[in-house]
Design a protein around this ligand. Structure first.
Ligand SMILES: [Fe+2]
Ligand SMILES: [Fe+2]
Length: 330
């Protein structure tokens, strides 16, 4: 089943959706005053553009995936997002060797979101966190898979091994996305893909857009590799904290399983990613190295912005999600 198109939240998403419905032509965008790293409207428009490559939307023609005006519009949003990520990237602040750089980036601390959830997280925090992550987690691994045909030679087989694990080695129900859907259902949430997009702020959508952008562009394939490597390197500690919280809140076996699976698998995945994926890849093609480091550091900074937003809201005792929308015809 395809998700519904979310509601527009500004001139960018409004223009895109009107074009998809045949109501208006798309024109070049004006991004004055927009923060391309976090803007709600920009990241919704970008996220919806990327979804045409995944599940599409109910009522939106699947052929729009390769619609020229849509791709030109998306390219402008991507140029702004990628440009801002490159602007804040400081390659001289990390070692040049990508393996060492990945270890350094992974060791940098961010806002203590996982510690908050471990120590103080209540059931509503676990629910809200699942809603935030659902934009990615309900299609977990699919983004990185898009990068596989863009890579060749040494290191690719390790990436395939990681991805096979993420898909549960082909066992029905064992794909991490399916385990996550079961956990959402257990939390009383709607596990349909895209059910909560209207509630997700730009800082959350940016975390998913980052991967789609890296994986869907051949010139950014190194960044997709760096993204996957840091993802695996930074998984076990927070996942074990979420697991502690799920067990403390209690009666959440499916959610606990989702976190247990990651605590178990990602020690191995981190080793595979560093020693068998990144290492052989950059030894075979040194030109990939700077982009591997960029992909990892862009992920780290994007996750910091996400965590800062969520934690900042929770510490004030408020929701980190966008306000619930009043029922109205789409
Ligand atoms: Fe996973
Ligand atoms: Fe993993």
């Amino acid at each position: 089943m395809q998700p519904n198109l979310p509601r527009g939240r500004g001139p960018l998403s409004d223009a895109l959706f009107e074009h998809w419905c045949g109501a208006a032509q798309l024109h070049p965008v004006v991004l004055d005053g927009v923060d391309p790293l976090t803007d709600d409207d920009l990241h919704l428009a970008l996220w919806c553009s990327y979804q045409l490559h995944y599940s599409g939307f109910d009522g939106v023609d699947d052929r729009l995936e390769w619609d020229g005006p849509t791709l030109a519009f998306r390219a402008q949003l991507e140029a702004a997002f990628l440009g801002a990520l490159l602007d804040e990237h400081r390659p001289d602040s990390v070692p040049r060797d990508p393996i060492t750089a990945l270890r350094v980036i992974a060791a940098q601390g961010g806002p203590p979101l996982s510690s908050f959830i471990e120590e103080r997280g209540e059931r509503w925090h676990l629910e809200e966190y699942a809603i935030h992550r659902s934009a990615y987690q309900l299609k977990e691994a699919d983004g990185h898979t898009f990068a596989i045909p863009r890579l060749r030679g040494p290191g690719r087989s390790a990436m395939v091994e990681i991805q096979a694990d993420e898909y549960g080695m082909g066992v029905p129900g064992d794909a991490h996305s399916e385990i996550f859907a079961a956990a959402m259902e257990e939390l009383g949430l709607d596990p349909s893909f895209g059910a909560y997009v209207d509630r997700l702020p730009g800082t959350t959508l940016a975390t998913d857009n980052l991967l789609s952008m890296f994986a869907l562009h051949r010139h950014l394939r190194g960044a997709a590799v760096g993204h996957l490597a840091l993802f695996e390197l930074c998984s076990v500690v927070p996942m074990s904290r979420y697991l502690t919280a799920a067990r403390r809140v209690g009666d959440l076996p499916a959610l606990s399983r989702f976190y247990e699976v990651h605590v178990d698998a990602d020690v191995h995945h981190a080793r595979l990613a560093l020693d068998h994926m990144v290492g052989p890849m950059v030894r075979a093609d040194r030109s990939l190295a700077p982009m591997v480091v960029f992909g990892a550091s862009a992920l780290a900074r994007t996750e910091v912005r996400f965590a800062r937003h969520v934690l900042g809201s929770w510490e004030q005792g408020t929701t980190s999600l966008r306000a619930e929308l009043a029922a109205q015809p789409r």
